[in-house]
Design a protein around this ligand. Sequence first.
Ligand code: ADP
Length: 865
Amino acid sequence: MATYTPMIQQYLKIKADYEDAFLFFRLGDFYEMFFQDAISASQELEITLTSRDGGGEERIPMCGVPYHSAPNYIEQLISKGYKVAICEQTEDPKQAKGVVRREVVQLITPGTVMDGKGIQEKENNYIASISVFGTQFGLALSDLTTGENLVALCMSFDELLNEIYSVGAKEIVMSNDLQEQWKKQLIDRCQATLSYQSESLIHDNFKPLVRDVNDERLVSTFAKLITYLERTQKRSLDHLQNVKVYYLQDAMKIDLFSKRNLELTETIRSKGKKGSLLWLLDETKTAMGGRLLKQWVDKPLVSREQIEERLNIVDTLIDHYFEREDLRALLKEVYDLERLAGRVAFGNVNARDLIQLKKSLQQVPFITELCSGLQNEHFTLRKLDACNDLARLLEDSIIDHPPLSIKEGNIIKDGYHYQLDQYRDASRNGKTWIAQLEQQERQKTGIKSLKIGYNKIFGYYIEVTRANLHLLEEGQYERKQTLSNAERFITPALKEKESLILEAEEKIVELEYQLFVEIRENVKQYIPRLQELAKRLSELDVLQCFATVSENRHYCKPIFSNNNELFIKDGRHPVVEKVMDSQEYVANDCYFSQERQMLLITGPNMSGKSTYMRQVALTAILAQIGCYVPASEAVLPIFDQIFTRIGAADDLISGQSTFMVEMLEAKNAIAHATSQSLILFDEIGRGTSTYDGMALAQAIIEHIHEHIGAKTLFSTHYHELTILETQLSSLKNIHVKAIEENGKVVFLHKIEEGAADKSYGIHVAELADLPSSLIQRAKQILTELEQDRSDTTTLPKMKKAVIKEDSLTDSQLSLFPDEQVVPVKEPVLSKKEKSVLDLLKSLNLLEMTPLDAMNELYQLQKKVK
Ligand code: ADP
């Protein structure tokens, strides 16, 4: 290091504290990167890699970006999950003795960005921190853009993982010693950036934030997060809200596999919102409402009281169409108050933002009036705070169409500040005087084209064309500038007025900025009230959204059963129905009762089995978030959890095969489901050989039936399983009807009682346009197989409890009932054969070359011949 130049030494010293970040090192008008940072950044950002002499033996790799275009580059790096440390010159280079002092002024990370492409209007941007307490985990979440802070205790690592996945945290802060396998899972499953912070003591200035948190474990988890934020952000965190404790058991549990399978907030294929339940529901009018809707979809309620409170308001809003439409129009004018509060705290709002704030606040009295007309207790009890004093301040102070820049004046209204008005008068009077002077000069000289102009270099001047120069009185005008066909002059009177005007203007700009900053500081005091208002407005927005969707899509109000029954009449899949055109969608009923807890669904591929299963789950979720449901009648229990195994999306990210994922999902359901849960298993066991798969499927069905009692929809193409109806008391067969017309299969998408008559697999293949010769051959093979099957006496007879749990993976033979299996006798071997067998067993194959093996085999064979 000693040989490096002082500046490179300074760079290396700073970089040592930010090893996991790109260090943007300010050098004049550029941010430069050096060494490995430069190599990586040049690849990631596709910018030219150069090098410079740094005093060492080799030239140092270097690349850089102009400081004014840096935000764009920073955004690119952040969206790829990197961190960027901004290192600025913190003293005037002219004053510096030696190397200019530099410091990192902010660390920008995926979880702490405040704007740019990474920030979606209708999504929170959470940063999480985690702590381990024996087998339990503390989780803290913070969204810097809105100031929201949350903490929760998770009972297992899986629960923690699910939660982080479902809130979509972009960055996770932890202590360095967290188990490697956990770190890996957090990166793989949640695609989050990891950051390290060991601190777990809350500093005094943040203590008020945790006053409602009684669990020390959660306080220390939050301490880790806030210390990290303070260390990296190095700026005001005034807008952070009090930390709220939430309990995972207050929400329906849906593990991350199931959330993905049910496409609640994004689709499996495109990973986008379009096509998801969230997309269908999103009739929100504000960004805050959009974010809250996502939170609600992620966390359906389990408290009947809370669900019914939401439904009750939705009811009222459905009954008042015109008021609802007015409400939607008012909400449309409401700006993102939560994020605005964050930007106020960080000091980066401009006058246009404050005008938006004013306009938003001005909607509130109308919203209040409208709500009180609805005569719903909820609205009379929970009033909106319109922050009238703030709205008035903004109305009085800021002009309606201010410029973007806050440093060039034209922001503050006349009449707001006495001194400002004085300066403005001076400036305006001066300008009137100049206009008058122009008239006087024209009359005095008789030059009609004489004009008074202004430029930054010469200030005010009198311009006379060359042809008219002779008309000017000698000695009165001082020549300042010569143009091709005109001359510019000044006079002492003009200059005197000019200095008055310029002085006033300079003062105006200065004072306007000062006043704006004062107003902004003033707004800061309203942050908690604005945040509370934002919360109320976003709730209202989501509830009107539910009412709008429910009415537009003809949903019905769900009723919750006391006897654990489920009855859905004319149920539809909300998203498929919307995408298809409602005319074509075939509605179906679903019924579960004490004697009917498991439904085994058969029917051809593509007939609609998985759509049917999903629609039941989505109906339950919609009901439990407080929305109406796509059916003509719905009586539902309140589910504590939903588990699914649907679709065959390989989990490529974590490198697991389809079958393994299938088994993991099945295990998850079996380990955690209760009698209050809903399980959807689609074609389980398909990923292995027929007997293996069938054996597993039967064992899983039996296990759920005997030990769990959860409501289960189990689709299968193993027709053999339908016999279970005769053996398991609360399992019933249903099927999706298909018919054959002129040798072709026609899907009716209609669910009926009983088992399907056949699979129609070949018919489906025919629909997919496989070559007709191939289809004919398949039909021929099928006939032969069916013939063989009816001849054989070893057809597996499905019998309850034939499969012992520990024999599942061993053999397919366990499917055959014991009474059919004749014990096999040990074969009798000659002495010679026995010795060959012993020799064979003793061979160490791993130590042998192929040639050795050939020779050995030859010898063995010779012995027994
Ligand atoms: P399966 O699980 O039996 O292979 P899917 O549930 O994937 O079949 O359904 C296949 C397609 O059939 C769906 O993409 C949808 O277009 C259509 N479909 C499913 N259910 C219905 C229905 N009830 N009404 C109309 N079309 C349906």
